[in-house]
Design a protein around this ligand. Sequence first.
Ligand code: ATP
Length: 363
Amino acid sequence: MATVTLDNLRKEFDNGRIVAVDDVSFEVEDGEFVTVVGPSGCGKSTTLRMIAGLESPTGGSIRIGGEDVTDVHARKRDVAMVFQNYALYPHKTVRQNMAFGLRMSTDLSKAERNRRVEETAEMMDIEDLLDDKPNELSGGQKQRVALGRAIVREPDVFLFDEPLSNLDAKLRTTMRTEIQRIQNELGITSIYVTHDQEEAMTMGDRLAILKDGILQQVGKPKDVYENPTNKFVGGFVGSPSMNFVDVEVTGSGGSVTLANDDGFDYSLTGDVAQRVSESGSKTARLGVRPEDVTVVTGGAGIPTTVDVVEPIGSDNYLHLDVGTDFIARVDSDVEPTVGDTIEITFDQSAVHLFDATGGDALL
Ligand code: ATP
């Protein structure tokens, strides 16, 4: 069992002037694939490096398989890390690179080491490259070797630090699937750091979202997408991003209106309205995902001007002006003329509302 447990994990730099990781707690279950995601500088690499033992925490603890490893040397932790820059030994062949970790950490016979390297090379589809040196390989092949080197060790935990960032978009997509396939097959607990929300959403059983060293939310991709805990998370996951509109909240009980001076006017009813009025907020930030916007006719919708129609094949993105930029994702046969006024609406079950100051979700 290789559960990874972070308990109030903290890392300060520069005598406390930088808090890179601010009392982060979460648990990765045995065999689970958790992505850690957030913008540059949010503390994701530092968190991973502390789990690997490459950085020592200022506070809190790390347990792997129930054992406290906070003060255990990196080499004594049964984890294998895959880096963005591959970190291969340039003068060693692929075979030697892969076998190196095995030689360091186990007392297997040479024949057994060879067998494991060859088996893993086959799994990674790099068996023809075993006698090549890293400088003879493409970026994608180097990353396969780096992955192979981690896999061959059969560690308790895989740690990935933005392993696909140096690859082109197409290769990145292929490698994502590959990593997921292998992780599924081997069932090894994995923690995968990325700044790319799409990568985090598609790869993780769950994702942990960090901002300024603070953990914002941990959850399954669908739950995080549908129920973001705050405005930051709402805006961070999903592409194109959630639309936000500043509104004033008026009304009470089961009838609440969200409106602003730019002519934006939307009514909530029933339980949803009740929850908003109970929050007592007078100003808020409405959030609507592009795919939740519907174009309507008949005067009941919110009037907007069409700025740009952007075809993406199956659908169109409409860039609309509601006082602020607002994107709707609609069927490709909805093709309004630029400059026209159209009406939009959305189902209130799809509407998000965030506190205007703190950004916490009100719905
Ligand atoms: P990126 O995606 O850009 O790598 P990140 O989310 O991985 O960012 P970290 O590299 O963990 O973020 O850095 C978190 C914060 O800690 C940043 O403000 C960074 O400047 C700071 N930091 C990281 N390492 C050190 C260090 N050795 N000394 C001082 N500050 C550091």
